[in-house]
Design a binder for this molecule. Structure first.
Ligand code: C2E
Ligand code: MG
Ligand code: MG
Length: 560
């Protein structure tokens, strides 16, 4: 039945005329038909059906009040009580003065007097009401996140600012909520289910704000923000939000974390307070024992330090304070181990802070994309060294460089790498690429595509830190890789602990299944080296042979 009313979109706005008298319908229809697509109904019941079938298209309903079956008041009442239909403006058609006030009170946008003796006035009114309503809709849709119904980030910040202006003395909190590895939920259960979870989180947030003066938004993807009067029950808040998730039919096992910048310093802007809440929230990433953290002095000094590193990076890059070290890898298959390749590792010799470990700044620069500049610098330096050694000693040592997961989003990555080869007369056998396992769990589709592109160009891909990330065994079969680098944590205890040894054996079996060689990292003792050799591991990197070295010292090894 409804299909007969389904309306094909044209550019003209669609208007529904509801009147039981044919002459009235025709008269109005005649006035409107040049500017609008006109639908007709003879009574409220028929109108309701048409409205439901065309709710997304209808711009206006012109409604007579006195009709058989369902009269205009009844229909108006129904329309205003259903959120999806209440957005459509209704103009009442009437000849009775008293009905006007009543219908306006019931939510009519305007009224038009019968008989229709001034068509221009009627047309102008109709178009004005449609315009007003569309304007309101645009404002509303910019304020509201379509998926969750919470505010959008921009609107949220505006609103919070207004709140502050009117309540400058009220103590307030900035709260950020985020989830661990949400992309995995999307991958494992599908996007629709991911959306359900986001809606459930929003629902949980809505519930806790119900009786407080707080507001909330979905800032992006799986990040939510709450601005509310200062409170102390953050753990309880978390419980309440999580309880909505555990009530879902499929338990998604999503782990939420919450960062709070409590009792906000009014000297900071709203955005700055939420930056602080975000940074403390990020410290909980991957922490399985703690899910709520408050911003404190310690976090503050860390932020100041990180801020400094971010500020100093560009000048340090220019001044060549970043050095590329080389750690040799040894082939242990024969009687005598021999140096067969190397890994390029960055070091920051900061002019004032001294030597800074990459463990401090690489993750930081990954959060803001700066890491790409550093990586490109390292690739160039490594390329130039390989060439230098090739020219001096007549042979090349393949060098692996680290490729951050952030680099995967650089559309130029392949051409940059190829240019380095070209500039230095090298081939893809000379410069190898290490990509950390955790990159694969980020956005598997995108990363596999980029890696396939690089492999098509001939590059060899080494999967770094294997075993520390989250690749599912299933995904491994799709991953295009040439070498598997065993994460250090497995090597650390393999000579002391039966279970650790068994794990290394298992990983070796995975490598055999994938037909790729294993490189073991972090080998410090002879015993580890022997065990690895027995397991059939071919290449070893670690302090047992050598620490990462400045290029001059590495060159001494090459001479031998
Ligand atoms: P990674 O790529 O897994 O590099 C191996 C790390 O293990 C290096 O730490 C190396 O010094 C260390 N290592 C090697 N053998 C041993 C050992 O026997 N015992 C111990 N305890 N450690 C050993 P490093 O140089 O501090 O680098 C840490 C991480 O920082 C690297 O892990 C890599 O993920 C990242 N990184 C370093 N340089 C770069 C770079 O140029 N670009 C990017 N994107 N990341 C880099
Ligand atoms: Mg590496
Ligand atoms: Mg590694």
């Amino acid at each position: 039945m409804a299909s007969k009313y389904n309306y094909n979109t044209e550019l003209k706005r669609v208007v529904l005329i509801v009147d039981d008298e044919m002459i009235n319908r025709e008269l109005l229809g005649f006035m409107l038909k040049n500017d609008y697509d006109v639908l007709y109904a003879e009574n409220g019941a028929e109108a309701l059906e048409i409205i439901k079938a065309n709710k997304k298209l209808l711009s206006l309903v012109l409604l007579d009040l006195i009709m058989p079956e369902m009269d205009g008041f009844e229909l108006l009442g129904i329309l205003k009580s259903e959120p999806e239909l209440s957005q459509i403006p209704v103009v009442v058609l009437t000849s009775e003065e008293t009905a006007e006030v009543k219908s306006l009170r019931m939510g009519a946008a305007d009224f038009i007097k019968k008989p229709y003796n001034m068509p221009e006035v009627i047309l102008a009114r109709i178009s004005r009401i449609i315009e007003l309503n569309e304007g309101r809709f645009i404002i509303r849709s910019a304020a509201q996140d379509e998926l969750t119904g919470l505010f959008t980030k921009d609107f949220f910040f505006e609103y919070a600012q207004l709140e502050e202006r009117y309540h400058p003395d009220r103590e307030s909190d900035a709260i950020v909520i985020n989830s661990d590895r949400f992309h995995l939920v999307n991958e494992l259960y599908g996007r629709d289910f991911g959306d359900e979870i986001l809606k459930a989180i929003a629902q949980g947030i809505d519930n806790i704000l119900e009786n407080s003066k707080g507001i909330a938004c979905r800032a992006e993807a799986d990040t939510f923000m709450i601005y509310c009067p200062h409170r102390a029950d953050y753990d309880e808040l978390m419980d309440k939000i999580c309880s909505v998730l555990s009530d879902m039919s499929v338990n998604p096992r999503v782990r939420l974390r919450m960062g709070v910048y409590p009792n906000a310093d009014k000297a900071l802007t709203i955005e700055q307070r939420f930056d602080k809440a975000t940074s403390v929230c990020n410290t909980l990433r991957g922490n399985y024992t703690k899910r709520v953290a408050l911003y404190d002095e310690e976090q503050n000094s860390k932020d100041v330090y990180f801020e400094r590193l971010i500020n100093d990076m560009a000048s340090s890059l220019e001044n060549k304070d970043f050095k590329v070290y080389f750690q040799p890898k040894y082939n242990i298959t024969g009687d005598e181990p021999y140096l067969c390749s190397a890994e390029a590792l960055i070091r920051w010799n900061h002019p004032e802070l001294g030597m800074i470990s990459p463990g401090d700044f690489i993750p930081l620069f990954e959060t803001n994309g700066l890491v790409s500049h550093l990586d490109y610098y390292v690739w160039q330096e490594a390329g130039a060294r390989i060439k230098e050694w090739k020219d001096k000693y007549g042979k090349t040592v393949p060098v692996s460089v680290n490729v951050s997961r952030i680099d995967m989003y650089d559309p130029e990555i392949k051409s940059k790498l190829l240019k380095i080869l070209d500039d230095n007369d090298l081939t893809t056998d000379d410069l190898l690429l290490e990509i950390t396992e955790s990159a694969y769990s980020e956005d598997a589709g995108q990363i596999i595509e980029v890696i396939n592109g690089l492999r098509d160009a001939g590059f060899k891909i080494e999967m770094d830190d294997f075993g520390s990330g989250y690749s599912s065994l299933n995904m491994l079969t799709e991953l295009p890789i040439d070498v598997l680098k065993l994460d250090m944590i497995f090597v650390r205890n393999m000579h002391k602990d039966e279970k650790a040894l068994r794990l290394v054996e298992l990983i070796k079996e995975i490598a055999t299944f994938l037909s790729v060689p294993i490189v073991a990292e972090g080998v410090e003792e002879e015993q580890q080296c022997k065990l690895l050799k027995n397991l059939g591991c071919e290449i070893i990197q670690g302090y047992y042979f050598s620490k990462p070295l400045p290029h001059e010292e590495f060159e001494e090894l090459l001479k031998k």
